[in-house]
Design a protein around this ligand. Sequence first.
Ligand code: ADP
Ligand code: ADP
Length: 225
Amino acid sequence: MIEFQGVSKTFAGRTAVQALAEVDLSIRDGEFVALLGPSGCGKSTLLNLLAGFEPLSEGHLTFAGQEVRRPGPDRAVVFQEASLFPWLTVWDNVTFGPRVQRRSRAEYEERTREMLRLVGLEAFRDALPAQLSGGMRQRVGIARALVMNPRALLMDEPFGALDAQTRLAMQQLLLDVWQTLGIAVLFVTHDIDEAVLLADRICVMSARPGRITREIQVELPRPRS
Ligand code: ADP
Ligand code: ADP
């Protein structure tokens, strides 16, 4: 469903930086792929290209057969900080996207209830972000991403700012979400334990220039709840 073919990315500037060099990567529908590597190896750049936030320099990148040119609701992105609107309730934060897109109200309200249930925040629909813990805010961020009914979830170190215990809870929650919805996940991390715990496949990257140097199929049985 996702195809990177010979994708390179150079950031122009006084000294040009080649962030990615001839990356080939295929991700199937429903697959959970981790991008693992040290800081600066191009993980975020790869994710941002797929999100449509940045143009490629060379190569081809397609999503569901279409050349990626701009962001779209089929590819939802979750960052380290959920960046919720602080003046809006959980419910209004999650329904913001579908309202802007003028989606059918009955449909998005039903979907919002489902997603809040999935992330365990039904009881918090009227709370403001400041009343929630970091993990709970990140769960709102995941619900907000999923409410658009994306085909892929792109996550850039989503649990990097959380304490160890919350992080474990969020990893389990993400696995539950993924097993329930069966959507593709591209997950950026520099934490090998996290990559092994979560992913079907780990793409290991190295820097200067950024490349995928190894792909590892994970055979470990996943913890199930
Ligand atoms: P990672 O996510 O693995 O830490 P990045 O994708 O953020 O790596 O960065 C890869 C390389 O591209 C780094 O050398 C970084 O400094 C450079 N880079 C990233 N974004 C930009 C930008 N907007 N302008 C210039 N250089 C950038
Ligand atoms: P995090 O999502 O950051 O791991 P916790 O699950 O530790 O947050 O919850 C922080 C506080 O909020 C705890 O006191 C917990 O009891 C409460 N809490 C979290 N989720 C729920 C929930 N779904 N229902 C009721 N209370 C919750």
